[in-house]
Design a protein around this ligand. Sequence first.
Ligand code: 13P
Length: 392
Amino acid sequence: MPVVNMHDMLQHAHREGYAVGAFDLVSLDFLQGILAAAENCRAPVILSLAESHFEYFDFTTIMPAVEAAAKRASVPVAIHLDHGASFESAVQGIRLGCNGVMVDASTHPFEANVARTREVVDMAHNCGIPVEGELGYVAGVEGEDAERHPGEVRYTEVAEAKAYVEQSGVDFLAVSIGTVHGRMKGEPKLDFARLGEINQGLCIPLVIHGGTGLSDDQFRQLIENGVAKINYYTALADAAGQCIRDNAGKDSNCGYTGLVSGVAQAIQNETERCIKLWGGEGRADEVLASAAAQREIEHVIFYNTKGIDKDKVEELMRIGHDSLGKIPGVRRVFTGHALTQDARFKHCWVIKFSDESVVESYKNHPDHVAYADTHFRPVAGDRISIDFESAD
Ligand code: 13P
């Protein structure tokens, strides 16, 4: 099953009146539990990786597993960078396989929020990747007691929301209407009138952060008022924590595998409860029919060099590897020599792009233009270049 375009996925949810869960994962138990829940419910799902959690796992190491599991799933999946702090975070997320990114500039004043978000939007759209921005401020810390991190909740202003979306170009808007990240005492008061006005003014999928602790009725009203993506983490972490405490209580000598036994199942149970509550159950086939698959491209160049020795060829490759690999939308750079002496071409580049739109943005990127004009083309006149899409 392909990873599907997150814009299409959330447009479907917004149109049809349900919300897709964006479940933050911090380990393979989370990955397995969340995907098993989505498959059991035949629901679309978003695997979400929050930058604030990168102290608990290595983002670069976990992403190949996340991507492989997503591609193997029998339901439509999107992979999202949650609370990306910077332009560089977004570029890295896309490189590692995220097909949706959030840029969180919500602590900045309006103009600075728009400017930082716009920069990410322009880059990400060139890579075929949709962007979530946040206006207003949702306080708290995922996985902790909300009251330990009171912060200042700033509600999203209705008038500002329209200007923010127009000026920043975001595809989805995270709104602040009274939720907080983390564990809450009692039920938060949500401003549904404000949410309804924002929804009517914008008509784009809205996002709620701080899903943990809301009542069934609050979820229903959120979705009725345009929320198509709900971020959820603390309750999954608490279910996992309870499972580990129970295991320790039953056998105080048990080792790691004994302690974490059943954790994936506990996460699955809570994820399934949410998916059913938010209306995603049974939607997988409709989403697959209406959402484009994320189409990665292999940009392939075969070439021979003229007028440079072996060391210079190696240097040409090294310089290209370093500079081309940093261009947004480039996921991997392979450069190599033909194994056989009589090959028509002696060398190649195989460069993986996140999406077809990168063919154009890569070609025009200043780092590519500089490398091609200064280093590559003068010595590699004998070459062919072809972009391939996957036949899977
Ligand atoms: P909770 O941890 O409160 O569920 O919020 C998660 C979240 O909003 C992640 O972005």
